[in-house]
Structures are given as structure tokens and as C-alpha cells.
Design a protein around this ligand. Structure first.
Ligand SMILES: [Fe+2]
Ligand SMILES: [Fe+2]
Length: 329
């Protein structure tokens, strides 16, 4: 999940009879499957939770460009380079749709960036891991974009209109990313011994961090009942994680690669795979800033922001000049 630590401020859902008439009408609209639009009345907590969720998601798209951007100059063929460039560019687009969706809730892009740079807003823990070999481009597309899709497909039905519509477009591109990643893995898994070893090593390193993308286990999960009632969270973390494992396990078998979990086995009774949970201590360390690449990623974002100051200044000056000319006419 790209917004894995979104804390809903409402611990439990307020009973309908305790809601004010306005709040009740709002909840009824959501229950009927209506979309909430920017100018509609909404509870302050709904607005705040959405800003946090969409903001985290937008930041994840932008920071997520960094681990893969690292390999553009070293892609093994011209075709691979063109594909990777297009993918990284898509992620920038996803960030832009999402920042725009967040802005409709009354927060500015400058404020969102400021919160990211000051560490007040998070991005997905997965992007704090390094990309060591070309096979990581395969593993990221296959697993990381795969986990993102798992979470984002249901969000196309989320209650906030601008967010749901952004998701429709994003999901189309994410599924292309996943196929591209799988294709890299397939080529490497069927290649030389060294290539196969690299593919296996990438799977070993990215498996558990990918499972962490869905957020903490439901039993330790921060309050999500209110977010579910508001339809800004559509499934529980464990539900989505299980779906992901069930989808990826046969794909790994097809690739001839081993998922690094000796306890991963098909369970006839449940109709799902049993699997080992990731190391949640590691997850909380990474999310709180102590992952292998947290500092590097945030420094890169701050540098990009500072280096781009002259462009923003120039555009603002141009807009002001244009507005003044209009007044003078
Ligand atoms: Fe994306
Ligand atoms: Fe993607």
C-alpha cells in the first residue's frame, strides 16, 4: 500500500443515531455509493484523513521514482531504457494527479511538500530500500507495483470523487508496470546462471518489504473502522496481503524462483496460502526514518525542491506580469 500508516482519527465508528443531521446525510450518501465532490459538505475528520492518505500516496509516487531512476543510465538495452524511462515518468504523473486531488480538499502543494521535507508526512516504507542490481527493476515492477495495484484497484470505488477518478487512470498504468517487471524477471530467470541468481536475490530482498506495503497486521493496525465506513479504505491490511501472496506464489513457481519463506504453503482448508509475517520491528524502524535509504531519499527530494525554486519563481513572476497586463488593458 502506498499510504500504509494512515491513522484514522476516529477510533470507532460513531453510531448513526449519534450523528448530526448533516453528518447522517453525509454517511447516507456514502452508503448509497454516491461520490463526494470537492464543494460538497464533509466532516472535518473526513477531509483531514483524506488529505493525509492522498498526500502519503502522492509522496510515495514521487519518492518511488528514485530507486528506479537510479538504473536508467545502466539499463541493459535501449528498449529496456526506454521502458524504464516511461515507467518513471508515469510515476511522476501519478504524483501529479494525486497532488491535484489533495488540493481540492483545501491544502496547497507547497504545504504538502513542506510536510514531506520536514518528515511530518510519510511515504511508503518500500522506497527506503536500495536497488542493487538490474534484477531489482524486475522485482519492483512485479512485486511493488503488484502490491500497489492490489490496494489501488478497490480505491477506484473510494467515496471521494477526485481520488477515485485519479485511481482509474493510475491503475491502468500500474498494471503495465507490473507486466514490465514480470517480463524482466522472466528473462532473467530463464537466462544465464548469474542472471537467475540475480533474479532470486532480488526476490529475496524485496519479498518481505513488499508484504509490509499493506501496513501492519490487522490486530496491531491503527484504527481503520471509521475509514472503512467512509469508504476511504476499502479492505483490511491482512485481507489485501493474503490476496497478494495468493497471486504471487504461483507466479514465482512459474518463474522457477523460490519465495524466501519456508512456511509458505498452500492450505487446502482455508483455500489460501499460509505464509510468515514480515519482521514488524524492521517495518516500524523504516517508517520512523531508520531504513537503509531514508536519509538519501529525503535529501534527494529536498535538493530537487531547492533546485527547482528558480523555475517556480519564474513562473509566478510570469503569471503576475500577465495578470497585470490584463488589468491595464
Ligand atoms: Fe504509480
Ligand atoms: Fe508504478
Amino acid at each position: 500500500m502506498y499510504a500504509q500508516m494512515v491513522k484514522s482519527t476516529g477510533e470507532t465508528v460513531v453510531a448513526k443515531e449519534k450523528l448530526s443531521p448533516k453528518e447522517r446525510e453525509f454517511q447516507d450518501r456514502i452508503d448509497r455509493g454516491e461520490k463526494i465532490e470537492p464543494k460538497d459538505w464533509m466532516p472535518e475528520e473526513y477531509r483531514k484523513n483524506l488529505i493525509r492518505q492522498i498526500g502519503q500516496h502522492a509522496h510515495s509516487e514521487i519518492v518511488g521514482q528514485l530507486p528506479e531512476g537510479n538504473w536508467i543510465t545502466r539499463a541493459p538495452t535501449l528498449e529496456r531504457k526506454a521502458n524504464l524511462l516511461a515507467k518513471v515518468q508515469d510515476e511522476a504523473g501519478h504524483g501529479l494527479y494525486l497532488y491535484c486531488a489533495a488540493e481540492t480538499l483545501g491544502v496547497s502543494r507547497d504545504e504538502l511538500f513542506d510536510m514531506l521535507h520536514k518528515g511530518k508526512m510519510k511515504y511508503s516504507s518500500i522506497f527506503n530500500y536500495p536497488t542493487l542490481t538490474w534484477a531489482d527493476m524486475g522485482a519492483i515492477g512485479w512485486l511493488v507495483d503488484g502490491a500497489a495495484i492490489m490496494n489501488q484497484v478497490p480505491l477506484q470505488r473510494t467515496s471521494y470523487g477526485p481520488y477515485a477518478r485519479a485511481m482509474v487512470r493510475i491503475c491502468k498504468e500500474e498494471s503495465f508496470h507490473q507486466r514490465q517487471g514480470f517480463q524482466i524477471m522472466l528473462t532473467m530467470a530463464q537466462g544465464t546462471e548469474d542472471q537467475k541468481r540475480m533474479a532470486q536475490d532480488a526476490l529475496n530482498r524485496f519479498w518481505y518489504p513488499s508484504l509490509m506495503m499493506f501496513g501492519p497486521s490487522d490486530k496491531d493496525s491503527v484504527h481503520s473502522a471509521q475509514s472503512m465506513a467512509w469508504k476511504i479504505k476499502m479492505n483490511s491490511n491482512d485481507e489485501l496481503r493474503q490476496k497478494f501472496v495468493d497471486e504471487i506464489a504461483p507466479q514465482a513457481a512459474f518463474l522457477g524462483l523460490n519465495i524466501p519463506d519456508d512456511d509458505l504453503v498452500w492450505n487446502e482448508k482455508t483455500g489460501h496460502h499460509d505464509y510468515s509475517e514480515p519482521d514488524w520491528d524492521e517495518f516500524f524502524q523504516v517508517i520512523s526514518g531508520n531504513g537503509p535509504c531514508n536519509k538519501e531519499r529525503l535529501d534527494a527530494r529536498k535538493k530537487a525542491w531547492n533546485d527547482g525554486a528558480w523555475v517556480r519563481d519564474g513562473m509566478l513572476a510570469h503569471a503576475r506580469k500577465k495578470a497585470m497586463r490584463k488589468v491595464a488593458e
